[in-house]
Design a protein around this ligand. Structure first.
Ligand code: FCB
Length: 501
């Protein structure tokens, strides 16, 4: 692999864009802010988005292999067959993280690589890959943070019904046990699921994610079985891991804003909060589904798939809660709810004739907030992150919080000298780190920040067209080029401080 040299002599600066409401003279948000000395600075990736080697060493297809190989499902027909070829280049990728001085790395395990049929015996070759990756990280002094499930269900389990089937939750607990037995001696920080909202509601509701099904009742069944899977896997991990291991979950709670203060618009925000966030935090943190969620969805399902003991199983003590945050949602009530077509959805979750919001599609409208947007069309609003951190601080007192994803897509390309300048991304991250710092100052126990993403990768239905990396990847040559944001972030990680303007 060829690497562009890092040039620490030229620490890049954020763009001059001031935070909303600040005067341009104020400089970049949070300049000079200092984080706690043990704050964890990392980056995030996921298996299907970077590994490639889709058919090697016994790996079988996941729903994302099937989905991406189905014409019309991803931009340009892109697949994760090769992706960043990380499966073969992980040593170089770890070396790059080490050169950047990143203290932690969040990656996910491909279920069908380590347990090819989704049930039964494990694949030693699959487990060996993650063992080698972990050893490489530990040797480089980088803390591994392992996610068990980042959306890549083994296709065989989907063929048996997928997440709407209860058995998938049981299979997930067995898989958790396999990974814990193989890596528990080396990894301390574990998360069960990544963003179960996307698995359930984009996978089975709007169908813009694998497996591409579009049945609102199935989406709710999937959500419940993901809650159960999280609880059963947490129990399996506790059983298999040393006492010091920490078990967590990564959620993408919505920072929902009502467009106005009318009772109708506030009710729209309440509905989306229930469907986006409380459908998971209810069982996981409190052992219940809220009455309003059950009432809002009563026409779609009677929830009879919730069996005795499920909510207690989902409600396990957690050692940390991980928040993924990119952008807020602005909603209002829809008038004439039974008439005409559903309102256009500007919820940032891709185009589909089917809604990912069971029971709310004709009741709630989504609006594009004013102001700047990233390449995803997502508005930039760091205040949403502070709000969410406060919310979990209140809802789960005493449980440490991590940000396991935050970042921005921009259309970055190398200049004539091969350098990639991305001042917008630096500004985005700096503003969001300032928002994290605000929560810390206000007493919220935030332990770490993982930037999405270490490198450009397969951005699901958007294919390779959306670049979130702080390292640029040329997908033709696999050349990695640290962008100016990588050098900037390296400086933040080294000093524990947001650079002065
Ligand atoms: C999150 C996903 C992650 C990546 C970012 C941009 O929802 O967890 O894999 O796609 O969005």
């Amino acid at each position: 692999m060829t690497l562009s040299p890092l040039s620490p002599d030229a620490t890049p600066k954020p763009s001059p864009r001031p935070p909303a409401g600040a005067s341009p003279a104020a400089g970049p948000a949070g300049a000079g802010l200092r984080f706690p000395p043990d704050f964890m600075w990392g980056s995030s990736t996921s298996a299907y988005q970077i590994e490639g080697a889709a058919r090697e060493d016994g790996r079988t297809p996941s729903v994302w292999d099937t989905f991406s190989h189905t014409p019309g499902r991803t931009e340009g027909g892109d697949t994760g067959d090769v992706a960043c070829d990380h499966y073969h280049r992980f040593r170089d990728d770890v070396a790059l993280m080490s050169r950047l001085g990143l203290g932690a790395y969040r990656f996910s395990v491909s279920w069908s690589r380590v347990q090819p049929t989704g049930r039964g015996s494990a694949s030693q070759r699959g487990l060996d890959f993650y063992r080698s990756l972990t050893d490489e990280l530990l040797d480089a002094g980088i803390t591994p943070v392992l996610t068990l499930y980042h959306w890549d269900l083994p296709q065989e389990l989907e063929d048996a019904g997928g997440w709407p089937e209860r058995d998938t939750a049981l299979r997930f607990a067995d898989y958790a046990r396999i990974v814990a037995d193989a890596l528990g001696d080396r990894i301390q920080l574990w998360t069960t699921l990544n963003e179960p909202w996307c698995s359930a509601f984009l996978g089975y509701g709007s169908g813009v994610h694998a497996p591409g099904r579009t049945d609102p009742a199935d989406a709710l069944r999937a959500a419940h079985h993901l809650n159960l899977a999280h609880g059963l896997a947490t129990q399996a991990l506790r059983d298999a891991l040393p006492a010091a291991a920490e078990v967590m979950v990564s959620l993408n709670p919505a920072a929902v804003r009502a467009r106005s203060d009318t009772p109708e618009d506030r009710d729209a925000a309440r509905r989306i909060d229930a469907l986006a966030t409380r459908v998971f935090t209810g069982p996981m943190l409190h052992g219940r589904y809220d009455e309003d969620l059950l009432a809002d969805t009563a026409q779609i399902t009677d929830w009879s798939f919730v069996q005795d003991g499920d909510l207690a199983a989902a409600h396990q003590p957690l050692d940390g809660i991980c928040v993924n945050y990119y952008t807020p949602s602005v909603v209002s009530a829809v008038e004439h709810r039974e008439d005409g077509p559903a309102p256009e959805r500007r919820d940032g979750h891709g185009a589909s004739d089917h809604s990912p919001w069971p029971g709310a599609d004709r009741v709630v409208a989504f609006h594009q907030p004013p102001g700047e947007q990233t390449e995803m069309g997502w508005s930039i609003d760091p205040g949403g992150l502070t709000e969410l951190l406060h919310r979990f601080h209140r809802e789960a007192p005493g449980v440490p919080l991590y940000i396991t994803e935050n970042g921005a897509a921009y259309a970055d390309e190398p200049d004539g000298e091969g350098r990639v300048h991305d001042p917008e991304r630096i500004a985005y991250v700096q503003e969001h780190l300032a928002a994290v710092h605000r929560a810390l100052e206000e007493g919220v126990d935030v332990r770490g920040y993982f930037l999405w993403s270490l490198m450009d990768n397969f951005e699901w239905a958007y294919g390779y067209g959306k670049r979130f990396g702080i390292v640029h990847v040329d997908f033709g040559t696999q050349r990695r080029t640290p962008k100016s944001s990588a050098l900037w972030y390296a400086e933040v990680a080294r000093t524990g401080q947001l650079p002065e303007a």
